[in-house]
Ligand binder design. Sequence first.
Ligand code: ADP
Length: 277
Amino acid sequence: MSECTHNCSSCKANCSTKSKQDFLEPLNAKSNIKHVIGIVSGKGGVGKSMVTSTLATLMQRAGYKVGILDADITGPSIPKAFGIAAGVEGDDDGMIPPESSTGIKIMSVNLLLPDATAPVVWRGPVIAGTVKQFWSGTVWGDLDYLFVDCPPGTGDVPLTVFQSIPLDGIVIVSSPQELVSMIVEKAANMARMMQVDVVGLVENMSYVKCPDCDKKIKIFGESHIEDIARKHGYPLLAQMPIDPSLATLVDAGEIEKMDVNYLDGAVEALKRVRNVK
Ligand code: ADP
């Protein structure tokens, strides 16, 4: 290893004297973002992108300027939910993110690929580099909230997101299966190690409401989310059912037309998040 120059900003060594600040990527010069919120999950398919899309929609509806950075590079589903397929334009300042019908700015690898169905078969460092580019190379302009749809799990790429982007807080999304408690704990431990605040937990797919008698059917069994929330001292922000109307809106690219209030608790918690940068 070469001799230490004490200039951590340009040094690639993973040295114990580096502080959290030394890993942060610079934000694009033409961007001013008040709050950056990561949406994370321990594994794929629990509805992380669904929660990201609905929270962004609700915050935009509440009058905030909102953007979504789709950091789930190998499973990008944000543009589809908002019905956006347009390519990304650029100028000397960087990439200009397309806007949804209500004005949410969105950056996703699917907006850069010539064909949205093309698989992203890239190695970890390239994926991580793309996430950093979305942060520092996108002209986000003025935003009140940028939601980062993080890649699932606690591997290399989620770690890069935690290290390179100054998250003000994270929302952990899970589903009500026994196994999930362990997975939530992994995500919570990672947040603690990376010194990122946990805004709270959202349990998705908690139940289905019978269309005939309104009874709540717990498809995945009894939930343990309240115990997990209590154990870690995190607020339980919402328990969201499997709602076919939401799935239909996502498939039609019309998530902004949703008319349900499952995540109102999460919206209120987000309004209270303080800027830590
Ligand atoms: P993840 O981002 O965790 O991989 P997604 O948000 O893409 O998961 O959700 C996986 C699938 O489940 C998607 O087709 C999505 O539309 C659907 N889905 C997620 N949450 C719900 C819900 N509460 N009600 C109905 N469908 C849902």
